[in-house]
Design a protein around this ligand. Structure first.
Ligand SMILES: Cc1cc2nc3c(=O)[nH]c(=O)nc-3n(C[C@H](O)[C@H](O)[C@H](O)COP(=O)(O)OP(=O)(O)OC[C@H]3O[C@@H](n4cnc5c(N)ncnc54)[C@H](O)[C@@H]3O)c2cc1C
Length: 487
């Protein structure tokens, strides 16, 4: 008899029964309707099938479930908020994998305000962590547009970046300790944060950014910082991206450690956001080819002096005709309005039609020249396309999106032309000594490109680490790395 969801093979049925016993009715579903949302990625690029969706409530349950999967040879797709951009949390079409959702594990186990540390479970949503930190007079110094759904486990597993990396680093810099379930069900517990610890390899670093292929993150100890006292947020209009880099360097000198974010938004992106958000308004009167969003915060100085320093730095840039116009947010609400424009670019671009998205990095100094060289190169190689680059200029990381020609059909264009577009972009990035994934990870989207373009020595080493930690290739197979050839 053929195995189907209604008639699973006896071994599969036995496996699901054991899962149900272990997790109880809240912890497991095979109902297609309840699983539906979690079978497609945020961008709508990938849809898969799953044997079931498991949602354990504790690390003990995760460990027992992983042991069960190992015994039955069932692949596991770890999933947090499903806001990832590389299809990493979407199962393949075989329907043989179990989605292991961490969303029920959403407790903040301990927040130590004096130590500036918080221990939270993998399913805690980033926005909830921000709220908890704020209630304690602190803050968690990483944020991004998907903060309403992205979870701590997902952020760690993708080593997420966001808009404050310039000052505070990626997720890797925020993790002081980690708890994870390994492929054989063992629990690795390094939650106690030690400022100094030289007992060999720092294993948590191996798991950070491993996209669920080396272990399931169940909890983490994260660093918290004092809440900012002063904040000054500016929206600046400029004529070019080279000028934006000069402004970045001037701001670094003028604002020092207070400079936390420096994002660039081209006119095309601002136009699409304004068309997408009904009540949004452009911060400046005129339209500028490029805009920069500058965020400065300080835990010590008062907001007046921070604002004055930023004001005089911008006044000097205006006088030198480096910038065309600028406005400093009058209050937090206006600052959030500016950020909302920036954070809505992905959603606004998605509404425009099909596009190939590339989150790429090159050395910060080279980014303007890369944008100026790569945009026309792609547009002329693929007539009708349009290149837009926006985001984290201060980190040498922009989202380099290639919009499909007008009238292109979503789901068709990506296959017919989009993949070739991406390969060309990644070739260029590699020529510029950059990375094909600055922050979103490899997932299933870039697995072939990583295999094609990454240093063979680094790839072989990653394969050996994977084989050592997950010899049966049950943790998120088909993501990040192709299965190593059998000896
Ligand atoms: C509007 C918007 C803006 C965004 N902006 C940014 C940005 O600026 N910077 C940025 O870096 N990202 C950004 N993202 C992408 C996304 O939010 C991040 O990649 C985030 O880290 C994903 O978290 P998640 O919980 O949704 O993970 P998921 O999407 O569920 O999973 C992502 C990957 O992590 C694995 N995974 C998830 N949880 C675990 C776990 N507990 N243990 C092991 N593996 C796990 C999955 O298998 C998958 O490979 C944005 C997303 C949206 C929707």
């Amino acid at each position: 008899m053929t195995e189907t969801a209604a008639h699973p093979a006896p071994t599969t049925a036995a496996f699901l029964e054991r899962c149900a016993q272990l997790l109880g009715p809240r912890g497991l579903t095979t109902d297609p309707e309840r699983m539906d949302t979690w079978l497609t990625d945020w961008r709508g690029r990938y849809t898969g099938l799953a044997l079931a969706l498991a949602a354990p409530a504790s690390t003990t349950e995760v460990a027992a479930l992983v042991k069960l999967c190992a015994a039955h040879g069932v692949p596991i797709v770890p999933q947090g908020g499903n806001s990832g951009m590389a299809g990493g949390a979407t199962p393949d079409a075989s329907g043989t994998a179990l989605i292991l959702s961490l969303r029920r594990m959403n407790a903040i186990r301990n927040l130590d305000a004096d130590a500036g540390q918080v221990v939270c479970e993998a399913g805690v949503i980033l926005q909830h962590l921000h709220d908890a930190a704020e209630a304690a007079g602190l803050r968690f110094p990483l944020t991004l547009g998907g903060k309403g759904s992205a979870t701590i486990g997902g952020l760690i597993s993708t080593n997420a970046g966001g808009t404050q990396v310039l000052r505070h680093g990626t997720m890797r810099a925020q993790v002081l300790g980690l708890e994870a379930v390994l492929a054989n069900g063992d629990v690795l517990d390094t939650l106690t944060p030690l400022k100094k610890d030289n007992r060999g390899f720092d294993l948590k670093q191996l798991l950070i950014g491993s996209e669920g292929t080396l272990g399931i993150v169940t909890a983490a100890t994260l660093r918290l910082l004092p809440a900012p006292i002063g904040r000054a947020t500016a929206w600046v209009g400029l004529g070019g991206i080279v000028e934006a880099r000069t402004l970045l360097r001037q701001m670094e000198r003028a604002m020092g450690d207070a400079l936390e974010g420096f994002e660039v938004v081209p006119a095309h992106c601002l136009d699409s956001v304004l068309a997408h958000l009904p009540n949004a308004r452009a911060p400046l009167g005129d339209r500028h080819e490029w805009n920069a969003l500058i965020e400065c915060v300080s835990p010590v100085s008062d907001s007046t002096s921070l604002r004055e320093t930023l004001e005089s730095a911008l006044a000097a840039a205006l006088e030198d005709t480096l910038i065309a116009d600028a406005v400093i947010a009058a209050n937090d609400t206006q600052a959030e309005d500016f950020w909302n424009l920036r954070d809505s670019i992905s959603a606004a671009e998605r509404a425009l039609g099909p596009a190939m998205q590339h989150d790429i990095s090159v050395p910060v100094e080279a980014m303007p020249e890369f944008i100026l060289a790569a945009s026309p190169a792609i547009e002329s190689a693929f007539p009708g396309t349009r290149a837009v680059a926006f985001g984290h200029l201060g980190d040498g990381n922009v989202h380099f999106h290639i919009l499909a020609p007008q009238g292109a059909v979503r789901g068709v264009w990506e296959e017919a032309e989009g993949k070739a577009v991406s390969s060309r972009v990644y070739d260029l990035v590699t020529q510029w000594s950059g990375s094909i994934s600055a922050e979103h990870g490899i997932g299933q989207m870039k697995i072939d490109e990583l295999a094609r373009l990454h240093d063979p020595v680094a790839l072989a080493l990653m394969q050996r680490v994977k084989a050592a930690l997950d010899p049966d290739n049950l943790l998120n197979p088909g993501k990040l790395l192709h299965a190593a050839p059998q000896p």
